[in-house]
Design a protein around this ligand. Sequence first.
Ligand SMILES: [Zn+2]
Length: 458
Amino acid sequence: MDLIKPIARFIFNPLLALKNRSTDFKFLAESERNQYLPREGLRRFQLERLKTLLRHAGANCPFYAKRFAEAGFDPNSVSSLEDIQRLPLLTKADIQKNRDGMTAQNIPESERIPNKTGGSTGSPLQFFMSPDSVYRRIANTIRHDRWAGLEPYDKGAAIWGHQRDLNAPRSSMDRIRDSFFSRRIVLDTSDITQKKLAHFVELLNTEKPSTYVAYANSVYLLARFIKERGLTGYHQPRSVITSAEVLTDEQRAVLEDVFGCPVFNRYGCREFSVIASECEAHAGLHMAADTLLVEVVRNDRICRPGELGQLVITDLHNLAMPFIRYRIEDMGVLLDTECSCGRTLPMMNIVGGRVTDFLVTPEGSVVSGAAMTIYFIARVPGIVQAQLVQKEKDYLLLRLAVDDRFGEESKRMIAESVNRFFGPAMRWDIERVDSIPVEASGKYRFSISELDPVEHLK
Ligand SMILES: [Zn+2]
């Protein structure tokens, strides 16, 4: 077995490729150290970064200069983390309207790395990151992967549905991520048939990846397939990391039973990468508090630990386009517990979280709500928000909030993609709405299935 090759290829080469300055190794080491910082030391670290961020935003981002002035906020007067509470919350609409004003004028374009969300909460966001913040995110992802026993040079399997996204222009962030995770085999679950699931089982048996990193619903469908077929002798990984979708207790139990390994729930998003992850104690999620300041807010009031509210996040390191008090449209609670694992990164729980149901085609394939989100929202001109409601196996209602770019071409693209994803037997209607209402959880749902997709698999 050739050990040097994977080490060279998957550790040193990506780091060299990323190398602008000799900071990359420092971030990996710093990230590892930060998880054991004493609480007071962590708060001091956050405060120093926050002061730098606020002074920088006030001096170089016209949007924040105006916002600070209107709030009577002097970034030079900040002396505690709580001072940030004097600033208003940043909404998705603020970012969509003020991308230029939020972008730091003193950072050259060549040092701004573009990124965008897939629009899983209804409408896409385009934003920039500074290289250092990208390296820190990668370092933190590696740190959190290690909690689940996944090392950067291990072979992992990504089980999720975004294959159609590959046709879209790829961001620098994607390419950087790919160079790191090229040992990862990808099982595309954007539409699933029993045949495809059988193929996945075979592929996993051959490749034997150490960890599955998966959309909760995708890996759950795979586990149910294995269980209901009564398969034996299939590959069992060391761990399963679930993210992007809500993981229910029932799903966790089925995954642990079928794969015979622990499940590590994770909460993250495109805007911030990993926000919080479970460690081996499985007693809540440790926040990446060395890169992010997470607040929980309810009716403009800061919640106590244990109290449910909306998550509000400040990225402490992204100077290219600062996100300060961003209301991310997820619900959660902060915990004031200390974890038995010894890590001091503070804890939270995600409640409700993002919901992307699977949809089913008349022929019995399953289509991922997340893939549809990316496909619809990112591509069709004029769609501001969209929600697909599957009422029957062969009937979809498309609720659309549109702007004045929406026209005949948009309708043609919708017809084409419904046909492509669901086949010609799918009937559908458009319902125009002013906006898509949020759920009780505070989230937009891109798709709502009133069917049990598993029962409808062919
Ligand atoms: Zn822990």
